[in-house]
Write a protein that binds this ligand. Structure first.
Ligand code: TXA
Ligand code: MG
Length: 342
């Protein structure tokens, strides 16, 4: 299959290109597009055979449901039932934006979007290209991250191209995404929202709006309690080179790296700018940035980076779990082969 690529910048959206991409979606093809979190791989959520193409292109397990993306609250109301009041409070504060609501589904969307569940995840993305595309198609669009299953999510069109060229009908290149990690997924079927996947909207931000917010116990110990978001049980976000997470100080990490090198291992380091200053280029370093927001935004690119470098393993430092640090550490733990207690 030939993958058509449109290059569009978010400020100067080209109507004709968006229309062409929307037409492809309406005809039942899959098209990748940028959102403010990561690139999504879209298909018409009301068309089961279009949705099936997403699972095929990604190699995604059939039991992992997809998020339906919509352009407005009215459209969201059109595909779910029993919306609690706190959801309206959260919509007011965070939508459009990186927050996905799990709610009881009606039968507007195809069954394979929900992977057999009675609930559906719905999100209004804030990226101007995503919003424009959704408004143009006028239907809910099912879209997981546009990567091959198991790999880090794409934060540039290049990442999507690397993974899916020739397997999808179209790709809108809108440059680098902003948040860099996926949306926060919250279960809104009970009296209190439960975070099933930490992400772009932090627990602290949610609590400021609605008070108590719970964490799915399955998140802490994925192997003991089955996580409630089916996707969270798979090994995920994994780079092609083994990833070791190092929990100790920068100094201890330096010692560990030296020992690895003495043992003949070629290591690549994934570090914040601050920690990198401790290392005098004794190994290839990929910088993640200074603030935790910068680190979140560049993490997936960093996990993909060492594929080209000649290294046997990647060693990454760990970060404080405050704010979006919670999502950063969730992704790193899922991507890691080993945790080294330093
Ligand atoms: O930021 C994002 O959310 C991106 C962009 C493209 O919007 N999308 C994304 O989709 O990350 P995906 O499919 O890679 O991850 C969706 C997660 C999975 O862990 C899935 O299991 C969970 O949401 N999920 C979807 N529907 C669900 C449902 N009805 N109940 C529980 N978990 C659900
Ligand atoms: Mg994904």
């Amino acid at each position: 299959m030939h993958t058509k690529v449109w290059k569009i910048n978010s400020i100067n959206i080209i109507k004709k290109d968006i229309q062409e991409a929307a037409d492809m979606l309406k005809e039942g093809d899959v098209v990748a597009f940028p959102t403010e979190t990561v690139y999504g791989l879209g298909a018409d959520a009301t068309n089961a055979s279009a949705v099936r193409k997403i699972f095929e292109a990604k190699g995604r397990p059939q039991d992992n449901p997809l998020i339906a993306h919509v352009a407005s609250v009215a459209q969201l109301e059109g595909i779910v039932t029993n919306i609690p009041d706190y959801v309206y409070t959260l919509i007011e504060a965070f939508s459009p934006g990186p927050l996905t609501y799990i709610l009881p589904a009606n039968d507007s969307c195809a069954d394979n979007v929900k992977a057999g569940l009675s609930t559906i995840g719905v999100r209004i993305p804030s990226h101007p290209i995503a919003l424009h595309l959704l408004e143009t198609i006028g239907r809910p669009v099912a879209a997981p991250s546009a990567n091959v299953s198991g790999k880090p999510s794409p934060t540039t069109a290049n990442h999507v191209y690397e993974d899916l060229n020739g397997r999808i009908a179209g790709l809108i290149d809108g440059g680098q995404t902003g948040v860099g990690l996926e949306s926060t997924v919250i279960d809104c079927t009970g009296d209190v929202p439960i975070i099933l996947r930490p992400g772009g909207v932090t627990k602290e931000q949610l609590e400021l709006e609605v008070g108590t917010v719970m964490m799915d116990p399955g998140l802490a110990t994925a192997s003991v309690n089955r996580p409630k978001a089916p996707g969270m049980k798979y090994k995920h976000y994994a780079p092609e080179v083994p990833l070791y997470l190092f929990t100790g100080s920068g100094e201890a990490m330096k010692e560990f790296v030296d020992k690895e090198k003495q043992a003949g291992n070629r290591v690549g380091l994934l570090l914040s700018n601050q920690t990198a200053e401790l290392f005098q280029a004794n190994a290839p370093i990929h910088l993640l940035g200074e603030s935790i927001e910068e680190i979140a935004s560049s993490l997936y690119d960093g996990l993909r980076f060492f594929k080209q470098a000649n290294v046997d393993k990647i060693i990454c430092e760990t970060f404080s779990e405050k704010g979006i640090g919670q999502a950063v550490m969730n992704r790193l733990r899922k991507a890691a082969d080993r945790v080294i207690e330093g």
